[in-house]
Each structure stands twice: as structure tokens, then as C-alpha cells.
Write a protein that binds this ligand. Sequence first.
Ligand SMILES: C[S@@+](CC[C@H](N)C(=O)[O-])C[C@H]1O[C@@H](n2cnc3c(N)ncnc32)[C@H](O)[C@@H]1O
Length: 467
Amino acid sequence: MIPNHDNGHEIRSGNVVCTKTGEKFEIINGALYLISSDDINNFQKKDQIEVNNFNRRIDEQKKNGTIPKEFLASEEAYLKETEARTDFLFSSLIYQGTANRFVLEIGAGDTKITQKFSELGFNCFALDFAEYRICQDSDEYFKNKGKYFERVIALMNKLPFQDHFFDIVISHASLHHATPTMMENFEWFNPDNMLDTLSEIKRVLKPKESGGIFIATGEGVYPDDILPENRKLEHTAMTGGPYEAHYTMSEYISLFKKVGLFPTFFSNAIDGNLTLNGYLQDGRKIDLIKAQNYISKDALHFFSNVCEKNSKPDDVQELFPNWISLRNYEDLENVHLNFPFLIDFSKVYSDIMFSGFSGIEPQGRWTEGEKANIIFLKKFPESFKVQIDAYAFGPNIGKRIPVSVGSITKELILSDKIKTYYLSFNGVIPTHELVITVPNPVSPQELHRSNDNRKIGVFLHKMIISR
Ligand SMILES: C[S@@+](CC[C@H](N)C(=O)[O-])C[C@H]1O[C@@H](n2cnc3c(N)ncnc32)[C@H](O)[C@@H]1O
């Protein structure tokens, strides 16, 4: 491994010669090209060209103003989701000794995550088999920040690094693109397609006992009972589309077991909902966050609270190597909500976390399951009023619906039409959370009204918290 920068001066061009094989590799525009033509398989060859062409075209269209508006909207949504899935790494964790630690991002794309680790002082390597995006976006970062990280053009299934070198290996939305080094080992729908890449990650990562962690975020997860014909991404790839596969959680787990490497953090990428789990190295799963919402930056400050709530503190401790700890948000303990505090349930907020809710709809969102929690960055004071615009579904209509803040519980009785209701809370021990307990979560499917199988109960349109 050769660093392509030297004392803050980037090496923009030149050659690197492998001392073992004598093979020569080029540095082009500061990126080190480490793919031998023998190593790259057919999928990779085709996608490498397509990814580069696609990204070049996008940048040209942006420059000359011909980029479709819908593309910009979907790009913005993707960036938001990426941030939602990864921001806990930067807002909730504290890293010690970053100047002596190494981070590798595989399938780094726009290098946004690498940039954030670099900001924290880590020595970073962004790796991708397609050079255009990683080079463009990191050049921009280098120019603005005067800081460098390595760009390596290589295959994630053949990582050009020495054993046990990295403290963190991270993938965002890239692991599931993995294909085997030898094309004859490839099989459609087979999670073993990721085997070479995971084995390589394990090899280049420090062992867990020496502090190494693997982070797989934004992975595509199919439901466990998916039928082969519904594996849409693979069917697209079979007809000539880019190679991408999703897997069921059981498939991921059995592969992690086989390789002997579990991600310390694993987050999915389904419809903008975030499920973040931790895995201990014996495979025990720790539920960290399940939020049916784009989790925003500030809301993730609750990570530590949520961790403690969803899992045993000892497990959480075991999850982190001793150089990583959870940020303590005690400094927010005495800050109260500003009144009036309005929640439009069709919107995303940076200081609220929703759990137990279904996806956003134009008028608001449904509770899903027995408990719907609204967790605020700031605390409720002792006394306040809550205005709620809502209606209920099926057997929940006309039933008592408890709404609790701390130890104080009030009740709502809702009709099947949207109406405004008022609740007064007094003597509350200041807390961050409002909980709605749904008496009969039920799906429209169970009531033979539609195919919708979400167990819904209360539709929330608006809430105003005031004095
Ligand atoms: C869905 S994109 C994710 C990019 C970035 N991590 C993000 O979240 O925006 C997948 C990335 O993986 C890269 N990639 C796919 N297969 C690869 C392989 N075998 N080796 C290295 N990079 C690969 C692609 O070029 C692309 O940049």
C-alpha cells in the first residue's frame, strides 16, 4: 500500500511498482489504479464503465442545466437517507486516537462518508472500481478543506491492502453489489456472491479484540419469505441492468457466520425506514434503532437513549471497542421545548424521532403496532397542553386511547373522521417522550378492506404542544 499524498502535497501522477510481482500501477489525477485486467469479472467490467458514464453524464447535465428536476429530487432524497443511516457514526459516537487509526470505505461513490471520517482526523481510504465519482467529489473536498485522503481504484473482492490494517471498514449501499472474484463461483440469488468481499474485509480489518469494526449501512434487505420471482434487482440485472442483489436477513446472517465476521453496525435501506442493529462477534443481535422515518441528524442524538432502551447496557458496552464510546447528551437535560411546538405528521423533523409509525403520507402518518413513540430532542416541561388532530381506524374508533408523557397518562377517544382534541398535562417529571398506546392495532387486510397488512390504529395529522 502506497500513500498517494506526502506531507500534505498530493501526488497527482506517477507509477507504483509492486515489489513482489514487479507489476506497475498508475496514479492518475491523484487516484491509484490497482485493478489488474485479469482480476475484473464480466459484471464488474460492464458496471465500471456504466457507473463512470452515468456519473459523467449527470455532471454534464448539471453544468449545462439540462438535468431533470425529478433526478435532483431523487438525488436529494438519497442523500438524506444516506445521512439518516450513517449520521449516528458522527453525531453519537466518540472516537479516540483518530490520527493513528485507518478507515476504509468500500464502494465509496461520492466519498461523503470518507470525508466525514477524514474530518474527524482518521487516515482514510476511499475505494471504488469506478474512478469518476470518487475522484471528482474528493478533489472538491481536498480543494475546500486542504486535507487529503487516499483514492484507490480497486475491487472490493480483492482489497489491495495488508492484513489487519484497518480500524474501521465501512460500506454504504455497496456490499450487496459484491460478486466473486472467479466468475464460475457466481450464482444468481446466492449470498455467497459476497463471500470473497467479506473475507477480504475480515482480512484487512483488525480483529475485534484489537479494536477493528466493520460497518455495513444501507444494505438491501428482502423480507425472509420473498419468492425468487420477486427478487426484482436480480431480475433487472439479468436483463442487462447494473448488477445489484439484495438478500434476506437470514441470508446475511448465515454468511456473516460462515465468514466469522459480523458487522458491529448493520442498517438496512428500505423505503427510507431505518433499522439499525448491532452484532456481537458471536452473532447475538442488539436492536439499536427502529424508526419508521428518515432519522435526522439531531434526532440521532438520542442514539444513546435508544440504545439503552432497546438493549441491555452490557451488550451495548460489548459492542464498542474501547476506543469508541457513546456521546453523552446530558447537556440537553435541562433544555425544554419551545412553545408552541407544531408537528405536521406529513413532514420530517430534525429534532424529533418517530418510532412505531408507518411511512409519511400527504396528510400525516399512521401508528403501526401497539406503541407509537414521539421522542423529542428537548424535554417536555412539567405542565403543557397538547392539541391533536387525528382519527382512528377500525376497532380503535370510540375506544380509550392512552397518551402518556412520563408517568402522566391522558386518554383520547377518536372517531373515524379527523377532529381536533385537547389534552392537558400537569405535574410531569420532565421527559423527552410522548407515547400513544393503540388498543387494537389491526390491518385493513385482516378486516378484508384491502391488501394493506400494516397493523395501523391512529392517523395523526397535526399536534401542537403549548403552555
Ligand atoms: C450504490 S453505490 C453506493 C455509493 C456510495 N457508497 C453511496 O452510498 O452513495 C455502489 C458503489 O459501489 C461501487 N462498486 C460496485 N461494485 C464494486 C466492486 N466490485 N468493487 C468496488 N466498487 C464497487 C460502485 O461503483 C458504486 O460507487
